[in-house]
Design a protein around this ligand. Structure first.
Ligand code: S6P
Ligand code: ZN
Length: 191
């Protein structure tokens, strides 16, 4: 670590996440091309509108070993076809780093998978903490009808690898069937 950092305080609203973020990283529908199963519905939706799918409210913490980076993610309610609005998903560049997600508001799933395609999902609602062990890629989806908000904490030197997800996708998808979220095999998944 380089030098001594001064302690900081962060206000976090349960409903809205970080109150005074240093930065907000927005992902709209057009940045999610190829991520959903139903490409036709995706393009139809996009030709009408480009909604905000999720936003990450960040605090500036050095991206270095020894630090803990934290942020809140808000995923808006909605679906592309039957598939719920979700994050892009990633592995950590340093694969031996873990992460904690703590749900503050709304409802959703934390979907994890190994590079071999083994999947595991945790149902998230306020008060649920999901532990993402080292080596598991992670993606979240909003299965409720209002904003799904969670706090994420991860090692400063974890880094992000989106390429694996862009290339192979996740082995499972979360779709609505008879008004309920159901985890299914992703027909687009390639190992
Ligand atoms: C970072 C952590 C989260 C996500 C955020 C958005 O390690 O897992 O802050 O970055 O939920 O997801 P994604 O996949 O677009 O980075
Ligand atoms: Zn992560």
């Amino acid at each position: 670590m380089k030098g001594l950092m001064e302690p900081i305080k962060t206000l976090v609203s349960f409903k809205k996440g970080v109150v005074y973020p240093d930065g907000v990283n927005e992902r709209k529908l057009n940045e999610m091309r190829g991520m959903y199963v139903d490409d036709f519905t995706f393009e139809t939706l996009l030709s009408q509108d480009n909604p905000l799918i999720y936003e990450v409210k960040e605090i500036n913490i050095p991206q270095e070993k020894g630090h803990i980076i934290y942020s809140t993610t808000t995923i808006y309610p909605g679906k592309v076809g039957k598939e719920y609005f979700m994050t892009k998903g990633h592995f950590h560049l340093r694969e031996d780093t873990a992460e904690i997600y703590f749900c503050l508001e709304g409802e959703g799933y934390l979907l994890m998978q190994t590079k071999e395609g083994r999947a595991s999902a945790i149902h998230m609602k306020p008060g649920v903490l999901g532990y993402i062990p080292p080596y598991w890629g992670h993606r979240t989806m909003n299965t409720g009808d209002r904003e799904f908000v969670f706090l994420a904490l991860f090692p400063g030197d974890a880094g992000h690898n989106y390429e694996i997800v862009e290339k192979h996708g996740f082995s499972k998808i979360m779709v609505e069937e008879n008004g309920k979220p159901v985890l299914k095999d992703n027909p687009k998944y390639t190992l």
